[in-house]
Design a protein around this ligand. Structure first.
Ligand SMILES: Cc1cc2nc3c(=O)[nH]c(=O)nc-3n(C[C@H](O)[C@H](O)[C@H](O)COP(=O)(O)OP(=O)(O)OC[C@H]3O[C@@H](n4cnc5c(N)ncnc54)[C@H](O)[C@@H]3O)c2cc1C
Length: 297
């Protein structure tokens, strides 16, 4: 296994870090180690890695704001996009955004350029790659609303544009396959008044502060909202607020958030999630589905 990593390292420019503590790359600030971890800055190197997909496992991540890595770690290569994928450009009537751009930076860019309907990205602490993959959204808006197409490196090492209609973006899901890497997202956009956009940004920021434990070690909403109900409400009514496993707690501020109080292991978090699923099933007869992505053994 390590020989293959050494072989890959000899062919790419960026450095592979071995036995990398994934607590450093996720918002939960806990979890096991990745066999290899690399921040990749160019397409050629991404293609090289994808070319090894029959020999090693790899996984692309953003800033790990929706991710839990199990304590026994990930027996493969975790890839993150580097600064060359952090560009935002206006090309005529299309806003082209690198997949590594932080959602917040896209919202700031849109505000600066008086572009409307990107305000909700102020409320999501991930990258644009993660936002597309999860069809992230809040306060009535979601990533698919303005998306035109994405540029993707697929598992056959082909780089292709895929248009919105073929992405199957639904509530917090997409049909983008696990081994594909989103490189860029192209959005349609319209201009509006700077002051209106600023007002919405401020509203979203304050609403988030008021309703979400944003300073905590968390991954946001743990479970998807089931059809016609809200996971947070079901969890609260099932009496799970404050429920604890090890050092992981169901947030008092937002019952769909699990918090690592400092020393929670990934299994504390996952077991707490399972406890919540069971309790909600008992009380409401509804089975909650994880929104958080879980990696590793
Ligand atoms: C405090 C807090 C509040 C949150 N609030 C919201 C909210 O209001 N609405 C909401 O929707 N989410 C919310 N989230 C969850 C999270 O921020 C989003 O799901 C976000 O889109 C994840 O982005 P990321 O870049 O961190 O992805 P990661 O968590 O790193 O990865 C998530 C998934 O995306 C995939 N992925 C990431 N980048 C790429 C890429 N370039 N190509 C292909 N696949 C990729 C990963 O493989 C993984 O499957 C919140 C999280 C936190 C911590």
């Amino acid at each position: 296994m390590n020989d293959i990593f050494v072989e890959i390292q000899s062919k790419i420019k960026d450095k592979i870090l071995f036995d990398y503590d994934m607590g450093n790359a996720t918002w939960f600030r806990t979890g096991g180690k990745a066999k290899g971890f690399a921040v990749i800055n160019n397409l050629a190197d991404l293609k090289t890695i994808v070319g090894y997909s029959t020999k090693i496992k790899y996984s692309i991540i953003g800033v790990g704001s929706n991710l839990l890595v199990r304590d026994k770690g990930y027996n493969g290569l975790i890839i993150k996009l580097g600064k060359n994928f952090n560009k935002i450009k206006i090309n005529k009537n299309i806003l082209s955004v690198g997949a590594g751009v932080l959602d917040l930076n896209l919202a700031k860019f849109a505000l600066k350029n008086s572009i409307k309907d990107f305000e909700f990205f102020t409320g999501i602490p991930g990258t644009i790659g993660g936002a597309v993959k999860m069809n992230a959204g809040c306060y009535g808006y979601q990533t698919s609303d303005n998306l035109n197409r994405i540029l993707l490196l697929n598992s056959k090492r082909e780089v292709q544009y895929i248009y919105l209609k073929d992405l199957n973006l639904k509530y917090r899901s997409s049909s983008i396959e696990k081994n594909s890497i989103i490189l860029q997202a192209d959005f349609n956009f319209e201009y509006s008044s700077y002051d209106e956009i600023l007002k919405k940004n401020i509203y979203i920021k304050s609403k988030r502060k008021e309703t979400q434990p944003i300073k905590e070690k968390t991954s946001g909403s743990t479970f998807k909202n089931p059809p016609d109900s809200y996971a947070a409400e079901l969890i609260e009514k099932a009496g799970c607020k404050g429920m604890q496993v090890g050092d992981a707690t169901v947030s008092y501020k937002h019952s769909n958030f699990i918090i690592n109080n400092g020393n929670a292991s990934a299994s504390d978090i996952e077991n707490l999630g399972k406890k919540v699923i069971n309790r909600v099933k008992e009380v409401h007869g509804i089975e909650l589905e994880w929104e958080i992505k879980i990696l590793g053994k």
